[in-house]
Structure formats: C-alpha cells, structure tokens
Design a protein around this ligand. Structure first.
Ligand code: SAM
Length: 289
C-alpha cells in the first residue's frame, strides 16, 4: 500500500513506489495532464518510477525531484518530449488492426479515387508503421498514377519516435504481417552492419510528411482531411480531453470524412457529431459521401 509521506517523503515510501514520492507523482500527474492530456492513474507510481528512473540515470541526475527541475528548466521542450516518451508507449506494428486496412481498401479509397487531391492524417504515428501501411495499401489499391492525389501527414509528439519513423529503418522481423511482394517493392535490405534490418525505399519515404505535433494544441492550422487515423493514442486521455480532441478532428474532416480510432478505445461517454459506422470507425455527416 502507498502512503502519502507529507513532509518531503520517507525513503521507504519512495522505494515502495519505484523511487517516486507521492508529491512528485502528483506533480508528474498534473504536468502530464495539463501539457499532454495524459491521465496517469494513481497506482502507476512504480511504473512511472521505473521509467523515469532510467532517464534520471541516463542524465546523471540524483533523483526524480532533480529530474523534474531539469525538465522545467529546459526551455527547448526536448526534455518534456523525453518525459512523455517515458510515460507513454510507442508500441505499433504494420497493418495493425487489419479491419481498418480492409475498410480503407474496400470502401474509403474507392470513394476518394475520383478526387484531384485528398489528405490522410496519421495522428500519433509513433515509429511510422501506421502511415507506411496506409501508403502501401493506397499504392496497392489505387495504383501509382492515382497515388499523387494523396497527401499523407504523420504526426507525433515524440521526437524519438518521429526520427525512427522518418528514417524508416526496421528489423526484418517487423515485416512479418506484410506480403512478400510488398517487402520487395517498398523496402531495401540492409547489408554489412545493417544485416537483419530493412529500410523503406527513399521514394516511398518521401511521400510521407512527418511533423512533430502535440494533439493538445489548437489544431485549426491542420489541413482538411478525408481520413484521420488516431489509433491507440486517446487511450491515455481522460474523457474531457478525448471530447475536445474528437471535436477538433471533426472540425478538420471533410464532409463524409472518416475518423478511425483504436479498437480498444471507443467513444462511449464522449459527445461528438460524428456518425458511428462500426467499432472504431466514425464518419462526418454531410455531402461528399
Ligand atoms: C501506442 S502509440 C500508437 C501508434 C499507432 N497510432 C498505432 O495505433 O499503432 C501512441 C502514440 O501516441 C503518441 N502520443 C501520446 N500523447 C500524444 C499527444 N498528446 N500528442 C501527440 N502524440 C501523442 C505517443 O508518442 C505514441 O507514439
């Protein structure tokens, strides 16, 4: 059981909670919520302690209190990005939640094929598997000549994840969900020191625009979208934050545009103006359908 240690914190409590004192945990909770929309539930002290403890050691600092001071002093925002990296998971995979890619292939893309131009946005793209899957699926479904009409934006708050995404380098094993023909067409194999790794071919990488973005910001500068993927991101947000974000997405969607969220998320208890299509799929009402 965890006890509030009141004045400055007893060593025992800090150790029991993975090195985080209750007062520090509360500070991390409110920073995570106010800046990133993250809801860190009480009970996560040990996890937070373990993850931030790693960062404390990497930076050669004394303890978590020192680390929080360091985060506040770093006006570049880089350490804040490190903090969120430590608090969230970047787990992702190619063709994750295949139902969405089937829907893209069978319904969404055929409906966009006649357009001069349209935008797809992977919001919370992590290390890039999601936007690259969208790109490959679109190329396969519509063919190369029609691919030019699609603009593909991929954003994440994590600079580390975005760097990996734009480099497009993955261990071969991560491609196990992809057909052989896709592996050949979209990736080059590493040799020498890069043996066992693959890289998305440069001409395909160039088709994705990667950008750092905190989804807590005002999103009115973001482009109008035919499709927004925001999957397994809102899982960390509380209901009011989810509601605000879904409202912002709805405002960025074209009439008839699609919002795809993670299957474990659902918008139960979240007010919005989108139509429910099927689990984890919503659509903006209106023309263009
Ligand atoms: C579990 S990954 C999901 C990746 C991908 N969408 C998928 O479903 O496989 C969640 C991503 O959300 C990002 N994220 C969390 N909070 C965010 C925020 N406030 N703004 C932007 N991205 C955020 C994390 O950095 C992480 O890369």
């Amino acid at each position: 059981m965890l006890h509030d240690d009141g004045l400055g914190g007893s060593q025992a409590t800090a150790v029991a909670s993975g090195g985080v004192r209750p007062s520090e945990f509360r500070e991390i909770q409110s920073m995570a919520h106010d800046i990133f929309g993250l809801e860190l539930k009480t009970g996560k002290e040990a996890l937070v302690g373990a993850r931030l403890g790693k960062r404390v050691r990497e930076l050669g600092l004394k303890d978590i209190s020192d680390y929080l001071g360091h985060v506040k002093q770093d006006h570049s925002g880089l350490e804040l990005a490190g903090l969120i990296d430590a608090l969230t998971t970047n787990f992702t995979s190619f063709l994750r939640e295949p139902v969405h890619f089937k829907l893209l292939r069978d319904r969404i893309l055929p409906g966009l094929a006649g357009r001069q131009t349209y935008q797809i946005w992977s919001a919370g793209c992590s290390t890039g598997e999601e936007p690259y899957s969208i790109l490959f699926e679109t190329a396969e479904t519509l063919g190369d000549t029609k691919l030019g009409a699609m603009k593909l934006l991929a954003t994440d708050i994590s600079t580390r994840a975005l760097k990996a995404a734009s480099e497009g380098i993955f261990p071969v094993a991560r491609l196990k969900e992809l057909p052989d023909s896709w592996r050949k067409r979209y990736f080059q194999r590493g040799t020498g020191q890069q043996e066992g790794m693959v890289r998305v071919r440069p001409e395909w990488r160039a088709r994705v625009q990667f950008e750092r973005l905190n989804l807590m910001e005002d999103l009115s500068r973001m482009p109008r979208c035919a499709v927004i993927f925001c999957r397994n991101v809102m899982i960390y947000f509380d209901k009011p934050t989810q509601e605000r974000l879904v409202g912002q997405f709805a405002a960025r969607l074209d009439p008839g545009g699609w919002l795809l969220i993670g299957h474990s998320e659902g918008l139960m208890g979240v007010r919005h103006d989108l139509e429910y299509v099927m689990p984890a799929v919503y659509r903006k009402p209106g023309a263009g359908r």
